[in-house]
Design a protein around this ligand. Structure first.
Ligand code: 26A
Length: 365
């Protein structure tokens, strides 16, 4: 994205003679979030009803979901996938970038256990420079992905992910250096349930150095029950992502008095901002419907790539992949429409597969 009246991040981004291939340094894109191991299964409506789950939702596990995880593994054919919303997006961004490796950094907390080992191995295979805070008080977090048709109901048991600590990890000199090295930041709103001070510290760093900070609304419950920390971070947000249900809840909670998604996007774009030289961009996805983009001077809708229903395997991770595709281009300073084209491509790839998994190489031109 090129924004007027600022020194672009292009200092770190070298164009070659034909302006097609770009060289990108390490650790340019920084993500921080809840690293989770997804336990995914196709379930029936009775299972959703038993645990009071909506077909399409993302929630934190409560007392009443205690048995859900065991029952899922016993009753259904489960698949295990590395997950966690921010971690998924960062992996997709690295996959789109391909070379060099470790353009992306990821921070989060895991347990010292077998699930933690899997997450570390998967991050390594994805060439993400992951620096986990490892502790042994809590096991690695899990997320039950209960699939019915094209819907997925996610129930996250954060466990270790909830133990992320600013003092014990983010503030450590070697870790903070990696934060400083980045030019673009991405944190899913989900992390507001864990460490708002860590988010604010990264967001302030970004705004002080005139870099790009991006956030996701992540889930209706974040817009509703984590409104206060969300609105503390909002003034630092250069790019806000969300889907149609999150946009609707956000608009309602903010008293926007409109159900119109374009209008909600416009009002969100205009919320107070610290760096006024860099007007906020708001991007709302709507499943297979057009993506809404609000910038300072316009609100437009951009159609997604077509896909026939038989080709859709699992929409879990589609939103994360969208963000990953977008970020893979913003680190190259590309125009926002081009970032959205990459976002649509990445989401289209991921919904053809189970979980937020990827083929060997992207075919994005
Ligand atoms: C705090 N919560 C509820 C969560 C999540 C989450 N990632 C972080 N925090 N709930 C679900 N997810 C992840 O979302 C991905 C799909 O978009 C799941 O782990 C899944 O990989």
């Amino acid at each position: 994205m090129r924004m007027a009246s600022e020194e672009p991040q292009a200092k770190k981004i070298k164009l070659d003679e034909n302006e097609k291939s770009l060289e990108c340094g390490e650790n340019l894109l920084f993500g921080m979030g809840n690293p989770l191991l997804d336990i995914s299964a196709v379930v029936d409506k009775d299972f959703l009803d038993k645990y009071g789950l909506k077909a399409n939702d993302q929630i934190l596990a409560e007392e009443k979901h205690k048995e859900l995880f065991d029952e899922l593994v016993k009753k259904f054919k489960v698949e295990y996938h590395a997950g966690g919303s921010t971690q998924n997006s960062i992996k997709v961004a690295q996959w789109m970038i391909q070379m060099p490796h470790r353009v992306t950094t990821f921070f989060g907390c895991i347990g010292i256990d077998s699930f933690g080992k899997i997450l570390k191995k998967k991050a390594e295979e994805a060439h993400v420079d992951a620096h986990y805070y490892e502790q042994n008080e809590q096991p690695t977090g899990t997320c039950a992905a209960c699939i019915t048709g094209n819907n997925r109901s996610l129930v996250a048991n954060l466990a270790a992910a909830n133990c992320y600590s600013q003092e014990k990890h983010l503030d450590l000199e070697e870790n903070w250096k990696l934060v400083e090295k980045a030019q673009v930041y991405y944190i899913a709103g989900f992390f507001l349930t864990v460490s708002p001070p860590s988010i604010l510290k990264v967001a302030s760093e970004s705004s002080e150095k005139n870099k790009l900070f991006s956030l996701n609304l992540s889930a209706p419950f974040i817009c509703q029950f984590f409104k206060e920390p969300l609105m503390q971070v909002m003034p630092y947000v250069d790019i806000l992502f969300g889907n149609e249900t999150e946009a609707a809840t956000f608009g309602r909670e903010q008293g926007f008095e409109t159900e119109d998604i374009k209008e909600i996007a416009r009002k969100t774009q205009a919320l107070p901002k610290v760096n006024t030289n860099k007007p906020r961009i708001v991007i709302f996805t709507q499943g297979d419907d057009d993506t809404i983009l609000a910038t300072a001077d316009k609100v437009v809708s951009i159609p997604v790539l077509e896909i026939s229903p038989e080709e859709i395997v699992d929409t879990n991770g589609a939103g994360d992949a969208f963000v990953g595709g977008f970020l893979s281009q913003i680190v190259y300073n590309r125009p926002v429409e081009e970032c959205i084209r990459a976002a649509h491509y990445a989401a289209n790839v991921v919904i053809r597969r189970s979980g937020c998994t990827l083929p060997e190489k992207p075919e994005f031109k």
